[in-house]
Design a protein around this ligand. Structure first.
Ligand SMILES: Cc1cc2nc3c(=O)[nH]c(=O)nc-3n(C[C@H](O)[C@H](O)[C@H](O)COP(=O)(O)O)c2cc1C
Length: 383
C-alpha cells in the first residue's frame, strides 16, 4: 500500500475535483472553504507559488534524500498531516485512514482535540507515534486529563493553538448549518441522497462523534446544547499564563501553532517552547491576514536554528513544500490536500496523496540538485 498511486489523480486539482463529486456539498464546503471572502485562503497558495528556486546543473550530485529529523524522530519526508477537526464528517473514518497512511509512510500525524477518533485509537494505529493538538480547555482539570491521556498513549509532541482566539466567521458553514452529526435540513438530506458512496459508508461507520472528548460530554445533549457545551469548554485565547502550566506539566516537546509575528515568537521561546508552527489555519480565521510564506521567511531570518520552524497553509503539492523549505521551514504540514485525497479515493486516498507529494518533491530536489532537505535554503532566489 505504501507506494499506492492512482495515475488518474496526479495532482491536487484532480483530487479536489473528484472529492467534490463524491462528498455532499456541506461536507466539501466545510473542508474547502475559508473565512469571509476567502481572500487569505487564495493568497496562501498563490504567494507560496511566487517563490523561485535556483537550480544547479553542473554540480556533482549524489541523489536526493527526503529524510528529515525532527524532535529526535527521523521521518521519511519533510511533511505531515496537520490537525483537522471533524474529519469523520468529511469522509467516514477519515481520521483513522490518514493516521494509518502517516504510519505507513513514516510521517507525523497530528490528532485534533475535536478529531473523530480518540487519542487511544490513534495511538493504537500509529503505535504511539503521533502528535496531539490541544484546544485550550477553560477548566485546568480537563486540560490536565487530556494532557495525561495523550502522554500515557505515547504522544511526545504537543501542539498548542494560538490562532483561534475567537470563532471564525465562515459564510458557507453558517449557510449549511454545519454540525456533527449533520443537521437534517432538506438541503443536507438531498445532498446525502445524491452522494450514495459517502452516505452508505457513513451508515456503516455510524455517525461521527468527538471521540476524544466523548467521556466529558454529558449524555443526551441535542445539537444546540452540544454547541453550547463545546463553547463553554474551550477557551481559544492563549496567553503566557495559560501556557505556563502546560509547559510545567508536559515533559515532551511543545509546538505552538499559528505564530506569524516576531513578538509572539519571542514570547513562545521565552516560555521554553520547542517549535514554532507558522500557520493561519489555512485561511479560515483572518481574511486580511498575510499568507504564511511571508512571515515564515522573516521569522526564519531571526529564529532559524534557535527553535524548530514549521509551516502550513496553502501547500498543495511537492513544489509548494519545496518552496516552504527553501523559505526557511524545517518541516511542513498539510491540512486540506490529504483530505481531498480521502474524499476522492476513500481508504486509499491518504496513501495516494503522500506518494504523490513524495514523488513531486523528489522531482524538484533532483531538478535543482538539492541532496538534503536542509539544503533547500541554498536554492532560494531572494526577491
Ligand atoms: C476542515 C478543517 C478543520 C480544521 N480543524 C483544525 C483543528 O481542529 N485544529 C487545528 O489546530 N487546526 C485545524 N485546522 C487547520 C489545519 O490544522 C491547518 O492549519 C490548515 O488546514 C493548513 O492549511 P491547508 O489546509 O491549506 O493545508 C483545520 C483545517 C481544516 C481545513
Amino acid at each position: 500500500m505504501n507506494d499506492y498511486f492512482d495515475s488518474r489523480f496526479p495532482s491536487v486539482e484532480a483530487l479536489r475535483a473528484q472529492a467534490k463529486k463524491r462528498m455532499p456539498g456541506f461536507a466539501f464546503d466545510y473542508l474547502d472553504g475559508g473565512c469571509f471572502s476567502e481572500v487569505n485562503l487564495d493568497r496562501n497558495t498563490r504567494e507560496v507559488r511566487e517563490v523561485q528556486l535556483k537550480p544547479y546543473y553542473l554540480r556533482d550530485y549524489n541523489g536526493a534524500s527526503q529524510e528529515t529529523e525532527l524532535f529526535g524522530e527521523t521521518y521519511d519526508s519533510p511533511f505531515g498531516m496537520a490537525p483537522v477537526g471533524l474529519q469523520g464528517l468529511m469522509w467516514p473514518h477519515c481520521c483513522e485512514i490518514l493516521a494509518q497512511a502517516c504510519k505507513d509512510h513514516n510521517l507525523p500525524f497530528v490528532l485534533s482535540t475535536v478529531g473523530t477518533a480518540s487519542i487511544e485509537k490513534i495511538s493504537e494505529i500509529t503505535e504511539g507515534k503521533f502528535w496531539f493538538q490541544l484546544y485550550h480547555p477553560a477548566e485546568p482539570e480537563l486540560r490536565d486529563k487530556l494532557l495525561d491521556r495523550a502522554w500515557a498513549a505515547g504522544c511526545r509532541t504537543l501542539v498548542i493553538l494560538a490562532d483561534t482566539p475567537t470563532f471564525a466567521y465562515r459564510p458557507k458553514e453558517i449557510k449549511n448549518g454545519l454540525s456533527i452529526p449533520p443537521r437534517m435540513t432538506l438541503r443536507n438530506v438531498y445532498q446525502m441522497c445524491t452522494h450514495p458512496t459517502w452516505s452508505f459508508s457513513q451508515l456503516a461507520a455510524g455517525a461521527p462523534e468527538f471521540q476524544t472528548m466523548k467521556p466529558y460530554i454529558p449524555k443526551g445533549l441535542n445539537m444546540k446544547h452540544l454547541g453550547l457545551f463545546m463553547n463553554k469548554t474551550f477557551s481559544g485565547r492563549l496567553n503566557e499564563a495559560r501556557i505556563q502550566p502546560i509547559r510545567d506539566r508536559w515533559k515532551g516537546n511543545i509546538v505552538i501553532k499559528g505564530i506569524v509575528n516576531p513578538e509572539d515568537a519571542e514570547a513562545a521561546i521565552a516560555q521554553g517552547l520547542d517549535g514554532l508552527w507558522v500557520s493561519n489555519h489555512g485561511g479560515r480565521q483572518l481574511d486580511s491576514g498575510q499568507s504564511t510564506i511571508k512571515p515564515l521567511h522573516d521569522l526564519s531570518k531571526e529564529f532559524k536554528g534557535k527553535i524548530k520552524l514549521m509551516m502550513d497553509s496553502g501547500l498543495r503539492s511537492g513544489p509548494d513544500v519545496a518552496n516552504a523549505l527553501a523559505s526557511g521551514a524545517d518541516f511542513t504540514f498539510l491540512g486540506r490536500t490529504p483530505m481531498y485525497g480521502v474524499g476522492a479515493l476513500g481508504k486509499k486516498g491518504g496513501h495516494h496523496t503522500f506518494t504523490m507529494l513524495k514523488r513531486q518533491l523528489q522531482q524538484v530536489m533532483e531538478q535543482v540538485a538539492c541532496e538534503k532537505v536542509s539544503d533547500f535554503p541554498q536554492h532560494l532566489i531572494e526577491q
